[in-house]
Structure formats: structure tokens, C-alpha cells
Design a protein around this ligand. Structure first.
Ligand code: FAD
Length: 446
């Protein structure tokens, strides 16, 4: 028997008081939700952003994911190549704002590509500037917990606040919850990973007082662990992940550490949409992060005198539900770098699949694939669209297209689609994706 009831049903929700009516309601203030709400408000729509935490940033801040991946072309030899940026649009706008506030590094080598590492505090501040600057109504510490359905449309959303339940009317809904919460609660079809097995989460952490030049002399320029470190990790049974990444940040002596693999204490893969597993993930993450910190101090030159700054505010979740979209990004689309006329984002980011002892990295050298608009549009439901990592994609394809630069662009595409859908009074699935792609291209999104 199921332990959880996705929706209370229309009758139970009848008495919930109204908060207001909006043209566009965006659920979730991660990279996709920031881009979606800013774009929708700047296009003149009355926009509400609902976020369960006390700030925007999503996994990039609460999970301390820490870098913007997906901005640059992957190449054979980054040490002798200048980074070539392939994604601009909202991703570049956000990166530039981070840079203007001293909150992002220059490109750092990551295998055959580059990333830029952001400062989480600056990320929060830039996101706050965007939300306030665009005139978005925002409700933080507020969770979308149920939906009010009218035929095949969403008539409204039920929110849980400290003061109780409230209801918002929504002409168009952008589900940027990462977990496709609204789509799921509507009862529309969603999938989870590879037959229910999703990528492992990671508990990120930061350390301070690292002698960075000594560390770099040992580790090398590439942020991915060199073979000698992998060999040492393989000799330590207590550390369940054997290939890790470390990023010097903008703050002197500070490093961001992406090194843990989160599984259950009994070794099983976890499904973090289940609160029992999610709790275990948080607890396991604390112990793995501490164990890995000890390893760094004991073995990596430059880290001997490091101290532990903090964990992410919550375990970083890479994948949960994916919608069943009008289009689906297939594994073959990624590895064969397919292009499409209704492209809303490019990506040269590898398949970075967090499963097993070592994350698998499959590079797409000197090329990129394109993500079609239909991956954001559920097959059913007139007025709901998703943005971000819950788009419609096969398991390994998602392990590439889920990163931050692309999530910003999915958010912008969803807001442009909401604009078209309102203006032409049509369902999201009736929109010609080429029109969305053209508007994004006209703004220089690439
Ligand atoms: C450990 C880890 C490391 C990563 N490393 C990198 C990296 O180095 N570079 C990179 O580019 N990407 C990285 N990623 C990926 C990147 O962080 C995510 O893909 C990206 O944050 C997804 O953006 P999103 O907006 O779709 O969702 P999220 O960032 O997950 O944001 C969803 C937001 O919705 C809110 N929310 C959820 N449900 C509700 C609800 N019902 N009501 C109200 N609010 C809700 C959440 O609080 C959250 O703020 C990493 C991810 C993880 C987990």
C-alpha cells in the first residue's frame, strides 16, 4: 500500500482562502526558477515566485553545488586551448552579475571542459537583486503542496505557509521545483531515472585555510582528481566515491569539495522523493563529508591545516522525477550531438553520471547538442510547463543536460512560452517551439 497521498482532492481544498491571482506562478527559485520568474516579470506579466527556502539559488546554493557547468565547449586539450563560450542568454547575464560582484572565478579546467566556481553568498545576493529588480512578488518559506485542477488545466495552487494554507490562482504555471511537484500532483505521468534508480546525491562541503599553491602543485590544474589520488581513494573502504572534484573559490584559502556519494547506510541507492530516504541521505552525507575531510588533511599537500567551513544546507539532489514531455531528449541525441530547429539551449557538457564508485564522464569533444522546446512541455495539462532538471530526458541524457547554464536557459524558454501562450490564448503544447527558439536566439542566447 502507498504511504503517501499526492493530492488531497478538490473537495478537501474548497475552503482554503485565496491569496491572489497571477498571470504566471513559478514554483521554485533555483537557477531555472530565477530565470523563469525574472523573464516573465520583465515581459510584463504579474508574476509570483514560490520558494520553500528563505532565499533563491536552489541546489546551486542550498546544495552548494558551487560551479556553473555547461557554459563552454568541450575540447580535447583545455590546457592549450582558450575557453570558447557556447551558452549566453540568462546564463551569461547571471555569470556577469556574479563577476561584477566579485563572486565568480575565471574558467577552471574540468577534464576536457571548464567551469566557473561561484561564491554562494554572492549568488544569493545576485538572485535577490534580480527578483526585486524585476518586480516579482515572492513568497519564501512557502511550499506548493497541492494543485487545484479544472479539466486538463491547473486552476490554482495550494501553498503551505507558517500561517496556514493559502490558494493562488494562476493563468500559467512554470514548475521549476526540480522535482516536477505540480506535474506529479496533477497526476500526470512522470518517470524516475533508470527504472526508478536515480543518480546518487552528494553532500557538498567547503574547507578553509588551504595552502592553494601547494595544493595545486600536487593536484594539478584539473579540478578532477588525478590518478594518484584515485589510487589512494581506492585503498580506503570507508570512502565510497573514488573520483572527486575540488575547486578553489574566489575566497583566499577556500576550496569547494564535491567528493561524497550518498547511499543508504546499508549500501542501497536512495530515492530522495521518499522522506525516509531523504533523511538518511542527509545523515549519511554528514559522515561521508567528515571522512573525506580527514582524508584531505592526512594525504593532500596544502590541506594539512585546513578547517571545515560547512556542509551544504541540504544534500545536493541531481535527479528525481522527469516529466513525460511532448519531446524527450534521448541518450543518442546527446552522444550524437544532434541539433534541432526548436532548440532552446545548447550543451557541450559531458554525460556526468553519478552512479557506481566513480562518476562516469562521457565527453562530447568540439561539438554540442541542442535541447528541443518540447522537453519542457508535458503531454497533458494545458497551462503548465516545467523548467530545469525535471525536463523530459532519458537517464544518461539528463546526466548531461541538468547543469546550471542550461537550467537558466530552460527557465527563460518557459517564460517566453508563457508569454506566447497568454498572448495567443493557446495551450503550451500548441506553441510552435521554433517561435520560442527564435525569440531566444534574437536575445543572443545561443
Ligand atoms: C551535488 C551537486 C553538485 C552539482 N554540481 C554542479 C556544478 O558544479 N555545476 C553545475 O552547473 N551544476 C551542478 N549541479 C547541478 C545543478 O545544481 C542543478 O542541476 C540545478 O541547480 C538545477 O536547477 P533547477 O532550478 O532545475 O532545480 P533546483 O536547483 O533543484 O531548484 C529547485 C528549487 O525549488 C524549490 N522547491 C522544490 N519544491 C518546491 C515546492 N513544492 N514548493 C516551493 N519550492 C520548491 C527548492 O527549494 C529549490 O530552491 C550539481 C547538483 C548537485 C546536486
Amino acid at each position: 500500500m502507498e504511504r503517501y497521498l499526492p493530492s488531497l482532492g478538490a473537495d478537501a481544498l474548497k475552503g482554503v482562502p485565496a491569496f491572489g491571482d497571477y498571470d504566471v506562478v513559478v514554483i521554485g527559485g533555483g537557477p531555472a526558477g530565477i530565470a523563469a520568474s525574472t523573464t516573465a516579470a520583465e515581459l510584463g506579466h504579474r508574476t509570483l515566485l514560490v520558494e520553500r527556502l528563505g532565499y533563491c539559488g536552489g541546489a546551486a546554493v542550498s546544495g552548494m553545488s558551487g560551479t556553473i557547468c555547461g557554459l563552454y565547449m568541450t575540447v580535447e586539450e583545455p590546457r592549450i586551448t582558450q575557453p570558447q563560450q557556447v551558452v549566453f542568454g540568462f546564463a551569461e547575464r547571471f555569470r556577469a552579475a556574479l563577476e561584477a560582484n566579485g563572486g565568480v572565478t575565471r574558467p577552471q579546467i574540468y577534464g576536457k571542459s571548464w567551469v566557473v566556481t561561484h561564491d554562494c553568498a554572492t549568488y544569493k545576493r545576485v538572485a535577490t537583486d534580480l527578483v526585486r529588480g524585476a518586480g516579482i512578488d515572492a513568497l519564501y518559506h512557502t511550499q506548493m503542496i497541492d494543485v487545484i485542477v479544472d479539466g486538463d488545466a491547473l486552476a490554482g495552487l495550494v501553498l503551505l505557509t507558517k500561517s496556514g494554507f493559502t490558494r493562488v490562482g494562476a493563468s500559467r504555471v512554470i514548475d521549476a521545483s526540480g522535482d516536477a511537484d505540480a506535474v506529479f500532483k496533477m497526476g500526470l505521468h512522470t518517470t524516475k531515472g533508470n527504472d526508478g534508480v536515480i543518480q546518487n546525491p552528494t553532500m557538498m562541503f567547503k574547507i578553509g585555510n588551504v595552502d592553494v599553491p601547494r595544493y595545486l602543485a600536487y593536484w594539478g590544474e584539473d579540478t578532477i582528481s588525478p590518478p594518484k589520488v584515485i589510487s589512494m581513494l581506492e585503498a580506503r573502504d570507508a570512502l565510497v566515491r573514488k573520483k572527486v572534484w575540488l575547486f578553489p573559490t574566489v575566497n583566499p584559502g577556500e576550496m569547494l569539495v564535491n567528493a561524497t556519494k550518498i547511499i543508504g547506510f546499508d549500501g542501497r541507492d536512495l530515492d530522495v522523493t521518499d522522506p525516509v530516504d531523504h533523511t538518511e541521505a542527509e545523515q549519511f552525507g554528514i559522515y561521508q563529508a567528515r571522512a573525506f575531510f580527514s582524508f584531505l588533511k592526512e594525504t593532500i599537500p596544502g590541506c594539512e591545516n585546513a578547517y571545515f567551513i560547512d556542509y551544504g544546507a541540504e544534500v545536493g539532489v541531481r535527479q528525481t522525477r522527469s516529466i513525460d514531455g511532448v519531446a524527450r531528449l534521448m541518450n543518442a541525441d546527446v552522444v550524437e550531438t544532434r541539433k534541432c530547429p526548436d532548440a532552446i539551449a545548447r550543451s557541450s557538457w559531458p554525460i556526468e553520471l553519478h552512479q557506481g564508485a566513480k562518476p562516469k564522464t562521457e565527453w562530447l569533444v568540439d561539438d554540442y547538442y541542442e535541447v528541443p522546446f518540447g522537453t519542457l512541455v508535458p503531454r497533458e495539462g494545458r497551462n503548465v510547463i516545467v523548467a530545469g532538471r525535471c525536463l523530459s530526458a532519458e537517464h544518461e541524457a539528463l546526466a548531461s543536460c541538468r547543469v546550471t547554464a542550461q537550467c537558466f536557459e530552460y527557465g527563460r524558454a518557459a517564460a517566453i512560452a508563457a508569454d506566447i501562450s497568454i498572448r495567443d490564448d493557446i495551450a503550451f503544447r500548441e506553441i510552435d517551439g521554433v517561435a520560442v527558439a527564435e525569440r531566444m536566439g534574437a536575445d543572443g542566447a545561443a
